[in-house]
Design a protein around this ligand. Sequence first.
Ligand code: NAD
Ligand code: ZN
Ligand code: ZN
Length: 340
Amino acid sequence: MKAAVAYEYGGPLSIDEVEKPDPGHDEVSIQIETAGLCHTDIHAVHGDWPAKPKMPLIPGHEGVGIVERAGSSVTNVKEGDRVALPWLAYACGSCEHCISGRETLCLQQENAGYTIDGSYAEYARGFGKYVNKVPDGVDPIDAAPLTCAGVTTYKAVKESEARSSELVVVFGIGGLGHLAVQYARIAGATVAAVDLVDKKLELAKELGATYTFNPKHDDVVEELQKMGGAHAAISTAVSPKAFEQAYQSLRRGGRLVFVGLPAENHIQLPIFETVLQGLTIKGSIVGTRRDLDEVFQLHADGHTTVLRETRTLDTVNESFDDVMHSRMEKPRIVFDFRSN
Ligand code: NAD
Ligand code: ZN
Ligand code: ZN
């Protein structure tokens, strides 16, 4: 089968013929229809984070496709079902995190396109219990970005505890951020969007943001503080600076949710102001299988719009470059295997 393979950190991906996965008794093999390009895939190939991915690596954790073969003990999906293959490819199911609805914290977890091969391939292997059914009526091109960008920001908005009448600011209006704006609106909040690219801010407006700011020509912190400060800030930006600005944008009692994972891993925050202003800082990592079901349901019911453009897998290297330089027409690139 054809796959995009990284052989060394920072090196280009090559489109190679590799062996098709052979599913074990609790696994499925999925014929991939669509695979989203998440910025995490770029961090993975670059080896940006303290925990490094396997090499060689087939990236991709926004895979959607049809179950081609299901192992003998797989009961929740069957051959012919359309499923999504998310970042949380496996969890143990029995540790304190798994049994308390926080499976994304499981220490035994496997991650698609990071610790195991992912969906930049004609076929991918998944664990039966950790693939989600994609409901009828959800276009597989939309389902791909929802599988990571969607579930991650849906969960982040839950973690932000955003409520109606509150002001929520989203930093970074890329693949993740354009969906974060919509989930914050669904929670009833008034939304401010921040990005360095004006075109992304125009899209944020179309998706329901009331205010937009570009730190290149606006003093974001001052503008938000003039409005009383944000009740919650969600940072999906790939820049530590944005996290500091998000913190400074909060009002007293405000909540800051860290979502983006820039290669530069540290920021400086003041202890005194955090304590005196009663601020909360939370990290939010993807979402559970249940969260992803909810994301698909919202989309099937017409509550969300996925802004994406399709390409073929052969464009993977230039697509990585385009994401790093925000040169796409739409916030998310989806590789469509059906057009190869
Ligand atoms: P993306 O490249 O599509 O979007 C990032 C956006 O941030 C871009 O629009 C860019 O213009 C903007 N940006 C960069 N610097 C900025 C700044 N200083 N201020 C405001 N905006 C700025 O990337 P993505 O796919 O949306 O992913 C975003 C980040 O989230 C990545 O680091 C990714 O690894 C991470 N991520 C985290 C989780 C999680 O579970 N926490 C899940 C998926 C992705
Ligand atoms: Zn992702
Ligand atoms: Zn576990």
